[in-house]
Design a protein. Structure first.
Length: 99
């Protein structure tokens, strides 16, 4: 992608305007994960030694997420600790992907 500096700000140009209609908003992706009951993996901002697997059952505009059947998984050993239903604050989440 092209990067332009404009008066101290950085503006990214990655795709033509006509293709921008197909972009998926993050909140829409969370909604799809929730509606389809897809298992997801959440990487946490300050905890790189583990991640959380589960299913999204709710979220809000701040991307706070309620996960059911959640497990904390060690990134090194793969060991799992069942957590049940949890609430993850949106500002703690680095990345969410489907399993």
């Amino acid at each position: 992608s092209k990067v332009k500096k404009l008066r101290g700000a950085i503006q990214l140009h990655s795709m033509p305007l006509e293709k921008s209609k197909s972009l998926v908003q993050p909140i829409n992706q969370l909604f799809r994960f929730m509606n389809e009951g897809e298992p997801i993996r959440v990487w946490l901002r300050d905890e790189t030694s583990c991640f959380i697997d589960g299913r999204i059952t709710g979220f809000d505009e701040y991307m706070n997420c309620v996960l059911d059947d959640a497990s904390e998984v060690s990134a090194k050993t793969g060991d799992r600790q069942n957590l049940g239903r949890i609430l993850l604050r949106g500002d703690c989440i680095t990345m969410i992907s489907h399993l």
